[in-house]
Design a protein around this ligand. Structure first.
Ligand code: ARG
Length: 455
């Protein structure tokens, strides 16, 4: 095979081969690389740049190389640097010097941009499917536990009663935005860069629109320098994935807290829990902990690529090869986290008794008592103060609001009356009858529209 190292006159030093090789990870792109090459060969023939016959043997060769790689039959030689060179070398081995015509009007610089875009488009589509499955699990769990009331927390202190379904639907909303962000990333990933060549565009009458159509892109890039040096589409995806992992890590944290003996709100199914090698009583939420931990790795990958790209002069620089491991790592982490979380939610047991017990702690109806006074004419600020003093009093006496007598209430405001007993968890929920609120009829509506929005 013709040697691309003629200019440097000698083979690369062993240490250099090891240092520069991207094959161990970019082999993951082989299907996309071959798809791009087949479209390119067909386009070259259509434009009369190579003969139909040559294109035929090239595309035949490429298809058979794809099969070889599928079956693990192609040896990857590290001296060949990257997946592009491995495939091209094998093509020439298979069909002879004609294979050398494939790289006409193309550079590895536009080729790698193409491969990464094709790969990411597929990855985004798969992730969106996973996000949907996860959202469905959220809806199912929420619906199956529609009547469960839990403390809504601020500062991790019980604040106001909310429906458990309302709490879970908060995650549904986050994932809805994550999905929209992914679709938005897709728009800027869906741009076909071939024809940009190494930097200046190519000197052949190629048909870029044809390539875009063949490869399923809706647009072609408009500036060759930008096209070979742009990695924003990857950064944007990684930022989106980071936000999504941040959301999952918050749920993860709640799963960890809620599954503790102290909370006991949920029981993680045995299949999604782990045990301790020393403490026989332990059933650990490692899946949730690892999701929390892997979130750090996802952010790290985003920061790594931002840093790699920072201040790089135009256009392509080899630094950019470092975009791959982080991207693949993020796709794998997000995808597997969604998979295990979907399973964990589907199998998790909600322990309603413990949850209801905790709703009764901590004067969770204090806001409702203040609202009660407000409705009787007390300005909210002073109502707030009255109830705060009432809470101090009840706490001192070791009593709940329920256990206080009407005359004890009256010591704090003459506006308190017998009907103060009508303030209950149920009335508190029902009062929040506003779009986005936790009133049962609102949550029922939200559940229905959540289900509708993803089916
Ligand atoms: N392996 C390279 C990368 O990932 C492909 C492009 C190589 N281009 C080059 N001029 N060496 O960035």
């Amino acid at each position: 095979m013709a040697n691309i190292r003629s200019r440097v006159k000698k083979p690369a030093d062993k240490s250099v081969v090891t240092y520069t090789v991207s094959l161990p990870y970019d082999q993951r792109l082989y299907k996309h690389d071959i798809a791009g090459s087949i479209a390119h060969a067909n386009m070259l023939a259509k434009q009369g740049i190579i003969s139909d016959q040559d294109a035929e043997s090239i595309t035949w060769g490429l298809a058979s190389i794809r099969e070889e790689i599928d079956k693990g039959k192609l040896a990857f030689k590290p001296e060949l640097e990257d997946i592009h060179m491995v495939i091209e070398a094998r093509l020439i081995e298979k069909i002879g010097e004609i294979g050398g015509k494939l790289h006409t009007a193309r550079s590895r610089n536009d080729q790698i941009s193409l491969d990464m875009r094709l790969y990411l488009k597929d990855a985004i589509n798969e992730l969106v499917t996973r996000l949907k499955a996860f959202q469905l699990a959220i809806i199912d769990l929420a619906e199956a536990n529609k009547d469960v009331v839990m403390p809504g927390y601020t500062h991790l202190q019980a604040a106001q009663p909310v429906l458990l379904a309302h709490h879970f639907l908060a995650y549904f909303e986050m994932i809805l935005r994550d999905t929209a962000r992914l679709w938005d990333c897709l728009k800027r990933t869906d741009i076909m860069p071939l024809g940009s060549g190494a930097v200046a565009g190519v000197g052949y009458k190629i048909d870029r629109e044809f390539l875009a159509r063949e490869l399923g892109f809706s647009q072609i890039s408009q500036n060759s320098l930008d096209a070979v040096s742009d990695r924003d589409f990857i950064l944007e995806f990684e930022a989106t994935a980071s936000i999504c992992m941040m959301h999952l890590s918050r749920l993860a944290e709640e799963m960890v807290i809620w599954s503790s003996a102290e909370f006991g709100f949920i029981e993680i199914d045995g299949a999604y829990a782990t045990s301790s090698s020393i403490m026989p009583q332990k059933k650990n939420p490692d899946v949730a902990e690892l999701a929390r931990g892997k979130t750090g790795r996802v952010y790290g990958n985003l920061m790594a690529l931002l840093t790699t790209m920072k201040a790089l002069p135009l256009t392509y620089n080899r630094d950019m090869q470092e975009d791959k491991q982080g991207l693949f790592d993020i796709v794998d982490i997000l995808s597997s986290t969604l998979e295990v979380f979907t399973g964990m939610l589907k199998t998790m047991k909600i322990k309603n008794e413990n949850i209801s017990r905790s709703v009764k702690l901590g004067y969770i109806l204090a806001t409702d008592l203040a609202d009660y006074l407000v409705k009787k004419g007390e300005p909210f600020r002073s109502a707030h103060e009255i109830v705060a003093r009432l809470v101090n009093y009840a706490e001192e006496k070791g009593k709940s609001f329920e256990q206080l007598k009407t005359n004890e209430y009256k010591q704090f405001s003459p506006l308190f009356d017998k009907d103060v007993s009508s303030i209950t968890i149920k009335s508190s929920l029902a009062a929040r009858d506003i779009t986005g609120g936790t009133a049962p009829n609102q949550v029922t509506k939200a559940l229905a529209s959540a289900r509708k929005s993803i089916t």
